[in-house]
Design a binder for this molecule. Structure first.
Ligand code: GDP
Ligand code: IMO
Ligand code: MG
Length: 508
């Protein structure tokens, strides 16, 4: 019996929830060790879709306990809401445990996060107070779940320090009473999760650790300062769970074939033009909701998320974009200055001329990926920026996290193109490099390798590797070859059973 970790290798949203839900069938415990309700992990079983933010993605398996280690920051209100949203179908009751030492996300921290984003001095956060909560933890102003139960005076003092630090307008006593009320409601679920995991391990149980976010959002190894506030990878396990990381026998790195990023920060292989993407998506949402941009902006962050999430799934490619996708080979030739005879006039009108042609075509392709792969944030409903898979960054994630096996998701969403690209290096002003250029990412131009495309329906139909179309097989093999790590599972659709499994980590 073993401890297996599932972690993100990119900027989050790789499909960790799906992989954890699958592996969770064999687990006795599924445990989160970092992040908070900034995470949004999607699980699709049959026609049912669940998005989990704090509760581990093992919740759908009645045999599995689910736990949050002390490295997870807890919004007690969000946790209660999530428990309630699952109740009836997936009763958690005695199955859910939360570490007493986990820090509480307070109203001061949420307000500070929102204000920072509204002022434009944030990093495009999820506005859930995660950053300020970690700042307070490091600044010794933090308050832990157990403080409310065992040391309420300390909790009060810490909250006062936060009120002063963040210049919060509310009363300390009111904040204390509100949070203490939530904590009392949750009282039965608190435990020492380190002991729980170690006991289970010693009894020979299977433990599945679920990472949130991803390697490129790591505050130490990611695209700083545009990162989250806890370590999503192997380093976070020791810090956020209190166990010897050498006990982890297998690390699965989840990698999405269509790479995405939500929030600010560099993304060298990005295809979409962010401003155009936002305009196009928001125009669609305003029309559907029947409101103006000003009316939307007047709503609070939570309501904005609800509105975005309500309509995002319905977004479909504008007609012009669909037309270009149907004439992609001609479009590429046109952009590269090759002769297309006869050149469809509509193509030239849509793509324009000069240098802008390439930018337009890239944007269009990125929007196609966004629509095909439903790339909207599971937490905020923001459109995710899309781009080509970066193998240089993936190799970095594999090396720094001791990843033994990869889970590739959304292979089905990359299909129907004459060719697909992967990043194999970076061209900097003075040199070409094959390592992730941490400090020069902003100006770095990706070096691409082109691979043959494939039919996406053939991917969806495949249930074993050899049934995948040739192009998809070569793509998978190229990834393995480049990053020196085997692929253990391939996603062929969002559903729990839509995957090709080559190795199962719990059998190691
Ligand atoms: P997480 O944060 O890493 O758990 O990922 P998210 O849930 O935020 O986003 C991943 C999205 O991809 C979700 O909508 C999943 O349902 C979906 N998904 C996961 N694997 C696959 C796959 O192989 N194919 C397709 N089409 N969708 C997938
Ligand atoms: P899952 O677990 C994608 C991003 C935010 C922002 C940055 C900092 O679903 O993969 P934060 O609220 O953490 O202070 O925001 O990190 N971010 C995520 N992006 N998926 C996530 O989680 C994320 N959690 C945080 O968009 O850029
Ligand atoms: Mg997510």
């Amino acid at each position: 019996m073993s401890i297996v970790a599932v972690i993100g290798t990119q900027w989050g949203d790789e499909g960790k929830g799906k992989v954890v839900d699958r592996y969770g069938q064999q687990a006795h415990w599924v445990v989160r060790y970092q992040g908070g309700n900034n995470a949004g992990h999607t699980i699709v079983v049959g026609n049912e879709k669940k998005i989990l933010h704090l509760i581990p993605s093992g919740a759908m398996h009645p045999q599995a306990g689910v736990a949050l280690g002390q490295g997870v920051v807890i919004s007690p209100e969000a946790l209660i809401q999530e428990i309630e949203s699952l109740s009836g179908v997936y009763t958690l009751e005695s199955r859910l445990k939360v570490d007493l030492r986990a820090h509480v996300v307070t109203p001061m921290q949420i307000a500070a996060d929102i204000q920072r984003e509204q002022r434009g001095s944030g990093v495009g956060s999820t506005r859930n107070g995660i950053g300020p909560c970690h700042e307070d933890r490091a600044g010794k102003r933090g308050v832990r779940c157990g403080d409310f139960l065992f040391n309420p005076e300390q909790a009060r003092r810490q909250l006062e320090k936060q009120i002063e630090h963040w210049s919060y307008a509310g009363s300390g006593e009111q904040v204390f009473m509100e949070l203490a009320g939530f904590i009392r409601k949750l009282e039965k679920i608190f435990a020492n999760v380190t002991d729980l995991v170690l006991d289970a391990y010693q009894q020979g149980k299977n433990i599945l650790l679920e990472g949130a976010q991803g390697h490129l959002l790591d505050p130490d190894f990611g695209t700083y300062p545009h990162v989250t506030s806890s370590n999503p990878g192997i380093a976070g396990i020791a810090a956020g769970l209190g166990i010897d990381p050498r006990l982890v026998s297998h690390v699965t790195g989840v990698v999405k074939a269509v790479m995405t990023r939500v929030g600010d920060g560099a993304f060298p292989s990005q295809l979409v033009q962010e401003r155009w993407q936002k305009e196009e998506v928001m125009k669609f949402i305003y029309e559907k909701e029947g409101i103006t941009a000003e009316e939307f902006e007047a709503h609070d962050s939570k309501t904005q998320n609800v509105i975005r999430k309500k309509w995002a799934a319905q977004f479909s490619l504008p007609e012009d974009y669909a037309y270009v996708m149907q004439h992609l080979s001609d479009a590429e030739k046109y952009v590269q200055g090759q002769t297309v005879d006869p050149l469809p006039e509509r193509l030239a009108t849509i793509l324009g001329s000069g240098e802008r042609k390439q930018t337009r075509l890239n944007h269009l392709l990125g929007m196609y990926f966004m629509a095909a792969a439903g790339e909207f944030g599971a937490t905020t409903g923001r459109p995710r920026r899309t781009g080509w898979l970066d193998l240089v960054a993936l190799k970095d994630a594999v090396e720094k996290n001791g990843i033994n096996g990869l889970a590739i998701t959304k292979l089905d969403c990359l299909g129907d193109l004459p060719e697909v690209k992967v990043v194999v290096g970076y061209s900097l002003e003075d040199q070409t490099v094959s390592k992730f250029p941490e400090f020069r990412l902003q100006g770095a131009i990706p070096v691409y390798e082109c691979l043959s495309g494939w039919d996406s329906r053939a991917v969806t139909r495949a249930s074993i590797f050899v049934e995948l179309p040739g192009g998809a097989q070569s793509y998978v093999r190229r990834i393995e070859d480049f990053v020196h790590c085997p692929v253990h599972i391939i996603g062929t659709g969002p559903g729990r059973n839509q995957a090709i499994e080559l190795h199962h980590p719990f059998s190691f």
